[in-house]
Design a protein around this ligand. Sequence first.
Ligand SMILES: NC(=O)c1ccc[n+]([C@@H]2O[C@H](COP(=O)([O-])OP(=O)(O)OC[C@H]3O[C@@H](n4cnc5c(N)ncnc54)[C@H](OP(=O)(O)O)[C@@H]3O)[C@@H](O)[C@H]2O)c1
Length: 290
Amino acid sequence: MAPSAYIAPVINSTLVFRDDIFKGKVLFCTGGGSGICRAMTEAVMRHGANATIVGRKLDRLTQAAKELSQTTGQVCIPAQADVRQPSAIQDAVTKTIEKFGRIDFVICGAAGNFLAPISGMSENAFRTVMEIDTIGTYNTIKATLAHVRASKGSFIMTSATLHYNGTPYQAHVSAAKAGVDALSNVLAVEEGPHGVRSNVIAPGPIANTEGMTRLAPTSGKEFPYPLGRPGDVKDVSNATVFLFSDAAAYVTGQILAVDGGSEHLRTTQLPYPASVLDPSATLKVLKARM
Ligand SMILES: NC(=O)c1ccc[n+]([C@@H]2O[C@H](COP(=O)([O-])OP(=O)(O)OC[C@H]3O[C@@H](n4cnc5c(N)ncnc54)[C@H](OP(=O)(O)O)[C@@H]3O)[C@@H](O)[C@H]2O)c1
């Protein structure tokens, strides 16, 4: 009988990293009121940081900030801002400095998405996603950079893997995330000499998130993943803690796919993962055909 497929464990970063490694540090996170970026914020706070979370919906942000503070014992404040508006992001930064006095870590995570083929997408729809994802990331970098330089801190951009290939109905997000990746690469090179690092986390499909629940017609569980399952928000959080930590002091300008290896998996004629779990059965079928 073929062995059953391995399923990667989901763990808390506090099992691997000390819970005080970010003591005295401050995180500024756009998109932190929900989903993946909220989980990234929680993880950084669990290691001792305080945080500002940024988004447009003040009610949701305020509730999330309260819960994050209660869960972690650190301080999280909400800052209402649209990342498309440079002055609004600047105000959120000013609020952060007034409250905490510094910014060490920045997560550029605010993003928009919907499903549409190029043939059916308006110019305005395409522009909106470019403005939130790419220009929003640029605006966030510009508003925070002086503070991150002062603290010799670090940026993480939340990107995706879908632009590595042609993903139908995702032209707008693909173009926008390619821009985000490029911004991070240039930032890493320009700011390295100032002691600032910048990296990208590219999540694959992450279960139980807005992105998967609202946009994917299926749960994503039926896709083959080399590590046996779709992503969990904790997988992205753990990568976040590593990249902000001193363990990544020599890591900059990198794009870290957190996708269980699926970016490298192409569809083949062979059943996957059955063909690698039980090669003899697969070879028997192939030989019988020869
Ligand atoms: N879910 C996945 O499987 C997946 C896969 C690959 C990549 N990603 C990436 O991971 C990140 C989080 O995704 P998610 O699924 O967790 O989605 P989500 O919960 O919808 O998070 C998006 C966040 O961005 C904020 N936002 C959107 N437009 C904004 C704007 N103009 N100004 C300020 N904030 C804005 C939203 O808050 P407001 O509405 O309050 O503004 C929300 O908190 C995104 O960058 C996404 O592209 C997700």
